[in-house]
Design a protein around this ligand. Sequence first.
Ligand code: PLP
Length: 401
Amino acid sequence: MNTRELFLRHVAQTSPAPLAFEIERAECATLFDRSGRSYVDLIGGISVANIGHGHPKVLDAIRAQLDKYLHVMVYGEFVETPQVHYAQRLTALLPASLNSVYFTNSGAEAVEGAMKLAKRITKRSRIVCFNGSYHGSTQGALSAIGDEYWRQAFRPLLPDVWHLNYNDPAAIDAIDETTACVLLETVQAESGILIPDAAWLKALEQKCRSTGALFILDEIQAGFGRTGKLWAFEWFDVVPDVLLLGKALGGGLPLGAFIADKCLMDQLTDAPVLGHITTFGGHPLSCAAGLAALNALIEEQWIEGVKAKEQLFRTLLIHPRIESIRSFGLWMALEFSDAETCKKVIDRCIDIRDPNEVGLMTDWFLFAPHCLRIAPPLLISEYQIQQACARILAAIDQNNP
Ligand code: PLP
């Protein structure tokens, strides 16, 4: 049995049609398969590899930490330098009110922690979320995601979770003194890059402030320069009470975080004591890698190039079968007429038939299967963007003669 067959047999599957791409190694914005063929990476492990794969500074930081210690104690007990330094660096790059970092293992756990924090602080239960949002697959996060197709098989879920319409002024009126928190993505990723109206987001923030509900922004995909600023909320003149991070946070290793003011976060320390704990959250290797990745992102000025690269994609991706392009930085949804057409284009981009071809790794969006995902490492070169766009256009023509 070959490795692919063993993968299908022994590694639990999440869909009937996995990409089943046999990865050998990854470098910058390029993936290599087992036969040495190369692929421009347009998805970066789904918004994780913002500074590319195998960045030498990240690898050095991991090696240095490897020589010291791995897991030594459950989260929150020992003073672990990688956690402390990373929390200090993150909070220095955030508004003053976001000064205390709770590290988790994943994005979904950050969502769970933030929802518990909101309940603990407000003593209320209602969680307001939005249709078309993705927040993760654990039961609390699943309760919050805004698509009934994914929720319905797993009921009963969390009670008192409301799903309102994103960008809908009626949502503002629905928030009141019974609301524990309003949880939303600053930009809806899995709906195919839906950007909020700035006035609506501001009104939402203000309604949270006036009712005492916590305003929680999920930037698990949107953060770390993806939109052309370090944090997506910087585009909108709002500041969340709680910021959720994950994906690129760990520089390629698993890490999530919810970040709030210390006076809020301290409420997790008693009544009950140890009411929110994790064994591996804030793992020293993940924190060392994440800090090195964040420093590289900033020092090497990758965010500065995002808008020009977005524009280059938009200039090159003109084709009558692309119905629209929604983009926010190096984060784009190419909309086709239907999911089947989109899938054929994606499959053709990945499928290398001539060994001299350079393939293209891309994907669709969970709630927008008719849209092709473009979210490459921010260090993708102009030449690779040209290669990628040429391949997408050729794939469209090959599937639609
Ligand atoms: N929130 C958003 C916006 C996400 O895109 C994801 C994952 O795709 C999550 C939360 C959950 O993160 P994780 O898969 O690390 O649990």
